[in-house]
Each structure stands twice: as C-alpha cells, then as structure tokens.
Design a protein around this ligand. Structure first.
Ligand code: ZN
Ligand code: FE
Length: 240
C-alpha cells in the first residue's frame, strides 16, 4: 500500500514522498527544491526508487536533475511534454502503469492547466497526485488548455472512489475556500471544511491531502455542472 507525505517546498508548493509500506520503495513527486526533498528522502532511509513529474512548470521540476544526481532513480513524465521536461527515463501517457514497490499507479491525462499535464493514481492506498489540475477547493489556472479540457480532467477525478486522498501541488486552500464561500455561501459541507482549513493553517499545518468525497461536496470547480459554468468560475476566480 502507498502512503503519501507532503513536503512543503518553495513558497507554497508541495512535493510528495510516496512510500510502499510493504517493500519500503519510495518515490518523489514534483521535485522542485533540492534541500527539503533530499532531507525527506534521507529521513525515510535514503532510498529513492522513482521520480514522478506532473507537468513542466519550474515550481514542479526545478530540482529533478539535482535529486537524480544525489539519489539515482528513473524519472517518469508525460510523453507529450518530454521536449520541455527534464530528461525522462520513461515517457508515459493515459492508462500507462507505473510500478512502485508492490503497488502501481495509473497515469491519467489531465490537460487544462497545461496541455501535457498528467496525474498519477494509486488505487492501493487511495492516493491521487493531482498536480496543478485539482487543488483542495480549487483547480489550476487555464494557462494552456481550455475550460472544456479542465472540465473533462476534473470529471475523470470525480469518478475515483470517495476515499481517494487528493495530493495536490500547492497550498492554496485558504484562498480557494474564500472564493468557494463567495460563490456557494449556502454550502454546509463547504462551511465545515473551511472551518477545518482555518484551524489547520492557524496551527501552521498543511490542509492537504483532502478527501475526494469532501471535494465533491464543496469544491465549486468539481461541482460545476457544465463547461460554461466552469469557465465562468475560473474567470471569476482570476479576478477575485
Ligand atoms: Zn503549474
Ligand atoms: Fe505549480
């Protein structure tokens, strides 16, 4: 079974340390800052089996080569984005499987934030690495893809089991919660979640991972009934 541990990096990013509880195999997702990631790997025994990339932005890939140099491990990323990612040892696309210890992830093609964005889903452990596609109570900006792309990507996530842990790329939850409450003020599930988020941030703790079932109840972008509403929400959020 895979467990996921958030590593706070840069100003508001998360890299993730994944551990296979049976074999001790580990992976790092989106290594963008060397020191805290190296420290996390060392603290978990110094073993690294895999490096997973979600998309090409610097705040997700910047320390890939530095981490690979210190802890040699194959780097996996989107075939479609190989030209703008660090050198990939394996290029993957929708439906491919990536082994970590005795578990494996399914690769999901999730365009919207960027065209080549992918996510990784480990059914064994209910871990979803959603990158900058789905955030807690938000979604990524549409920098390359369309609202229709993002709608389809979020719909894929919505079909995963409710107990799925959403391991996203940023700590944007508090500001996302403010926007969500602005557009959906009567939502009780959202109000409950917002209160928890305020408490966690007040204690200096990460708000992630969140549960997919909570996101389905409270995240306005996941709850958008159609592409037009998602596009409208994304526009409103950009100006909020
Ligand atoms: Zn990004
Ligand atoms: Fe990012």
């Amino acid at each position: 079974m895979i467990t996921a541990h958030a590593i706070p990096i840069l100003s508001d990013n998360y890299a993730w340390l994944l551990v296979c509880s049976k074999t001790g195999a580990t992976a790092i997702v989106d290594p963008a800052e060397e020191a805290p990631i190296a420290a996390a790997i060392t603290a978990h025994g110094g073993r690294l089996d895999l490096i997973l990339l979600t998309h090409h932005h610097g705040d997700h890939i910047a320390a890939t080569d530095a981490i690979r140099a210190r802890f040699p491990a194959p780097v996996v990323g989107a075939a479609a984005d190989a030209y703008r990612l660090p050198r990939l040892d394996r290029e993957v696309s929708e439906g491919d499987r990536v082994k970590l210890g005795d578990s494996e992830a399914v690769v999901m093609d999730t365009p919207g934030h960027t065209i080549g964005h992918i996510a990784y889903y480990f059914a064994d452990g209910d871990v979803l690495l959603s990158g900058d596609t789905l955030f807690s109570l938000g979604c990524g900006r549409l920098l390359e893809g369309t609202a229709a792309d993002m709608f389809a990507s979020l719909a894929k996530f919505a079909r995963l089991p409710g107990q799925t842990l959403v391991c996203c790329g940023h700590e944007y939850t508090e500001s996302n919660a403010r926007f969500a409450r602005h557009v959906d003020p009567e939502n009780v599930a959202l109000a409950t979640m917002a209160a928890k988020i305020t408490a966690l941030r007040g204690a200096g703790k990460p708000t992630v991972p969140s549960l997919l079932r909570d996101e389905l109840a409270a995240n306005p972008f996941l709850r958008a009934p159609d592409v037009a509403r998602l596009a409208e929400l994304r526009e409103l959020k950009n100006k909020f």
